[in-house]
Design a binder for this molecule. Structure first.
Ligand code: ZN
Length: 282
């Protein structure tokens, strides 16, 4: 995962350009949910803004696993607009034993029949995710360490109160995922040696099976291909004798570590590891 920094006003401008009057319709629907004190509607409109999130997330990457997906419009079929905070119900997530052993605690879900009924149309409650990450893994789970507030209507405020154990990569109020999770080779690791940031990293890695070479073997393969391609370019930056060769290598390194490439966090972690080893030469 990596961060996609954007102000709410900038995000709303992109949404308005993509689907004029969507924000107005979203606001009207949210007012209805507030009045009725629940989420209920017979049709939805969030798919109209899916392309905004696809483009924002490194030109069509899954926000969680960083797999590159097809671009718009064809790519719409292979990814979902995911509600970070579930809109209609929250399923209790069972903490795996490996995390229980690390003394991580998850708050009990107060009412599994209710969700965040004021957030189905909040722009900072969306991201674009691939089908395995969204439909098979995220589902209606939302583990937190703080206090649930299902009537909350501001994700930035909720972030403080609820202490989510998953990381939200869009906007400017959550930690950057790469500050919490880095890669050692092809394997994601928590950056912090202890504390809540470590817990969030461990839960996010476990939740999306980002370190599971069996169930997510293609993630591992793709990361390995990137490292294999990146390594000789980093070597050229150290050993290359011709300026032209170094310029070409730098361009390739910049490409692999750009937000628009697949598995950017993995590529950046490898580049940084390499550069630490050859620090005096950079
Ligand atoms: Zn994914």
């Amino acid at each position: 995962m990596i961060a996609y920094r954007i102000k709410q006003a900038e995000l709303e401008a992109l949404i308005e350009a993509e689907s004029p009057r969507w924000l107005k319709k979203a606001s009207t629907r949210t007012a209805g949910f507030r009045e009725r004190n629940c989420y209920d509607e017979s049709s939805t409109i969030w798919s109209y803004v899916k392309a905004v999130y696809m483009r924002l997330q490194g030109d069509c990457k899954c926000a969680y696993c960083e797999r590159k997906l097809e671009s718009t419009p064809l790519g719409k079929i292979e990814q979902d607009v995911e509600h970070f905070r579930p809109k209609s119900r929250i399923r209790a997530w069972t903490l795996p034993k490996s995390l229980k052993d690390q003394d991580i605690m998850v708050t009990a879900v107060p009412d599994e029949k209710r969700g965040y009924f004021l957030l189905p149309y909040h722009p900072l409650n969306y991201l674009a995710a691939c089908k395995p990450c969204n439909s098979l893994l995220k589902k209606d789970y939302f583990p937190i360490a703080g206090e649930y507030d299902l009537a909350g209507d501001d994700p930035a405020q909720l972030h403080i109160k609820e202490k989510p154990l998953l990381i939200y990569p869009i906007g400017d109020f959550d930690d950057a995922p790469e500050d919490l999770i880095r890669f050692y080779g092809v394997s994601p690791q928590a950056v912090a040696p202890n504390g809540f940031n470590r817990e969030r990293a461990l839960v996010t890695i476990e939740f999306f099976k980002l370190d599971d070479p069996t169930e997510r073997k293609h993630l591992f393969r793709e990361r390995a291909f990137i490292i294999v391609a990146l390594y000789p370019q980093l070597e050229k930056l150290v050993d290359g004798t011709m300026d032209r060769e170094k310029d070409d290598a730098q361009q390739l390194v910049d490409g692999f570590t750009s937000p628009k490439s697949a598995h950017t966090n993995c590529a950046r972690s490898f580049r940084d590891l390499f550069q630490r080893k050859f620090q005096p030469l950079f």
